[in-house]
Design a protein around this ligand. Sequence first.
Ligand code: GLC
Length: 635
Amino acid sequence: MSLLSTVARIALVSILFASTPALAKEPLTDWPHITSAIPQDAATEAKIAKMVAGMSLRDKVAQMTQVEIKTVTPQDIRTYQFGSVLNGGGSWPNMDKYATAKDWVAMADSFHAQAKIPLLWGTDAVHGHSNVVGATLFPHNIGLGAARDPELIGDIAAATGKAVRATGVNWAFAPTLAVVEDGRWGRTYEGFSSDPQLIHDYARAYVDGMQGNFQGPGNIVATAKHYIGDGGTAQGIDQGITPASEAELINVHAQGYFGALEAGVQTVMVSYSSWTDTGTGKAYGKMHGNGYLVNDVLKGKMGFDGFVISDWNAIEQIPGCTKDRCPQAINAGVDMIMVPFDWKAFIDNTVADVEIGDIPMSRIDDAVTRILRVKMRAGLFGAKPSASPYAGKPQALQARDLARRAVAETLVLLKNEGGLPLKAGAKILVVGKSANNMANQSGGWSITWQGTETSNADYPVGDSLLTAIKATNTGGTVTYSAAGADVDVSQFDVVVAVIGETPYAEGKGDIKPDQSLAHSDRYPEDIAALNAVSGKGKPVVTVFESGRTVYANDLINASDAFVAAWLPGTEGKGVTDVLFGQKDFKGVLPFAWPGAPCEGRTLFPAGYGLSYTNQATVTTLEFIETPGCPHAQSH
Ligand code: GLC
């Protein structure tokens, strides 16, 4: 991005959002100091200093080490005294996908009993407690961005905290605060929006809802991630290089961190991505080794006094580092290292690095001080996991009404020229691969890391869209044919087609630079299902489930009504509440909707959305077939 366009972009951003405090009237020219909602407390600091003074170097390094639950026993906790454990996506106590809340709490208590300093247990509760069978899964962040409702975000974060406490866990690696600039990124749906101001407001509401002041039994530690610029990598390549001026980092990519720090977020996770400063041309390289942005900016200028955690084995990506040794990351300001497997060697190597002077003891003491500060603020001392009023309670994993309300607010109506609202009592034909597929409805980070290798049986609490339509269409009939083939459409009043993407997470979801954004290139079965039922004299209402906006002119042309539903999660009735007219459409596009398969042409701008009272006609759209895109294209 050229300097001129950067300045223009920042000017536009500040003009668009100048009315709110988060974005200065003029673009910020330096990193602001942020006053946290959680101030330092002298008595706590004195307690921490005393503890640190009494710890051995090995104890200190162990506090900085986060290990995967798959690889440790309570005896290991006793022996090594790690500071933290995590369960990665698709990791459960005893590797049992069906582990109950009580099973989770039992493991948490068994670890707690062996730890002299209480453990933090981190989990990717990124749309509800999304690893746990029976938990309510909220819409992924892309849908929440369409709702433009910070209060809803706070409620969801609070409900997520309760669900996490139900399993004896006390830390969520959420919210993701990426300002996503290229929909080809496989993590687009983990971002709320392309609008930095909205992300600022959401970050503040989310952290406040999840952490509160740590007085509520459902409060847990939140994580602002992935610092910084994860959503701005060139061509949307996951873990790629973000070409941005420092002014753009400040005025665009940092807005979520301003909001999160204002609300007192206690942890920040570093991004796998790299930064190249387009203002100076300097290639800073991997964020995990960027002492300027972590030490000098986040902790120095912005005043962050919680702790910084690395991502999964991310330290090995720094030149000269390995999974089990990286003085560069620690010296850059990373305080806790996510070492899922190689934790024994990591502790030995890091102790050695301090002993030979590669890591100053002052850096170790600062890291441990920050970790203990967060643990004390979070009230971990003296409270075993099973003491929580939510511990072991399956009902605390659920928030069905809230999720149903959220789903309804996320839906964006892009075309409304027939079929809506559905009328109960009708003869409804339902087609499409995703109508009765809770995995497609929930997306990645659902039960498993990728959201795959699951079945509807893994979602015992919730409703697929098909179930929801059957439950709502009282007095009518509902017939389901996934492919829409061999069905006489004339026998029905209306067709509902539920199509879209299949689950993915992280880089596995990237659309490669030479691929197009055309949905039908990747999922030809969907246009096939639509063509089987379209133009047969009955209205076709398409519900499109996806983790991004895509080029879909062919699908829109084959539909009389077209609803972007994003990744709604377990509460399908939130969709039918709107399709049957009990509620009106409220959502607007969180990202621009592409109007061409490659270059950045826009069909509908961010902020666009129709409703039952706000009509517009979509003319027949030109559909450009293309075998792929020139590699260098940026969307
Ligand atoms: C993953 C993700 C990060 C997640 C972490 C732990 O690689 O980048 O968002 O919190 O590992 O699962």
